[in-house]
Design a protein around this ligand. Sequence first.
Ligand code: SAM
Length: 218
Amino acid sequence: MVRKLSLPDSAAIATGDGRRLAPSAERNAEAILAVLRRIVPPSGRVLEIASGTGQHIARFAAAFPALDWQPSDANPEALVSIRAWVAAAGLANLRPPLMLDAGAPGWTAGPGGYALVQVVNLLHLISAAEAAAVLSGIAGALAPDGTALIYGPFRRDGLLTSEGDARFDASLRAQDAAIGYKDDGWVVTQAAALGLVLAERIEMPANNLAFVLRAGAG
Ligand SMILES: C[S@@+](CC[C@H](N)C(=O)[O-])C[C@H]1O[C@@H](n2cnc3c(N)ncnc32)[C@H](O)[C@@H]1O
C-alpha cells in the first residue's frame, strides 16, 4: 500500500526526460555512499526497496560496477522516474525496476539470494506491521551471508531527539495515525528475531541512523 503523504523537503524536480530529482536524496547520497564503500560485497546482486526517484541507485550502480543493482518501488509514478534514470545511466549492471510493495506480508522480489538489500527513508512512512513485513521480506530476500542496510530517521530509546524530528513525526501521525518514526531498538529486535544480526549502528547526518545487519551471523 502506498500512501499519498505530504512530506517536507521532498519535492522532486522534473528534469524533462522523465527523471525526477529530489534535492533531499541528493544531499544524503554521498553519506550513504560512504557507508556502502565499507560494506558492499565484492560481487553479487543488490535489491533496493523504495527506490523513489531512482537517482540514488543510478549513482550507486555507477559507483559499484561489479554489483548488479535491482531498483523497486510500490508507486507506479516512481517506477516511471526510475525507468528514466536506468535509461539515462545506460549501465549494464542497473536493472529495470520491479513493482514491489515491501509492506505486503510475504513479498518476494525476483530470484532472491541478494548479497545486499537496502532501504532508505521508508520505515517512518509506513505502519509498524508494514515495517515488520519489510524486515521479514529482507530476511527472506538475502543470500545466506547477505547484508542489509536500513537508513532513515528513528526514535532513539523511544525518544524523538530533535525538534525537527518531533515536528516531522507529528506531521506524519497527523496524516495517518498508524505511521511515524520507529524505534531503533524495535528495528534491532525485529531483525534479530529474523536472524539478522546488528553489525553496525551508524549516526548519519541530519540525525538519521544507518543499520547494517548481517544474515547468517548468528
Ligand atoms: C521518501 S521516499 C524515499 C525514496 C528513496 N529511497 C530516497 O531516499 O530518495 C519513499 C518511497 O517509498 C515508496 N514506498 C511507500 N510505501 C512503500 C511500500 N509499501 N513498498 C515499497 N515502497 C514504498 C514511495 O513510493 C517512495 O518512493
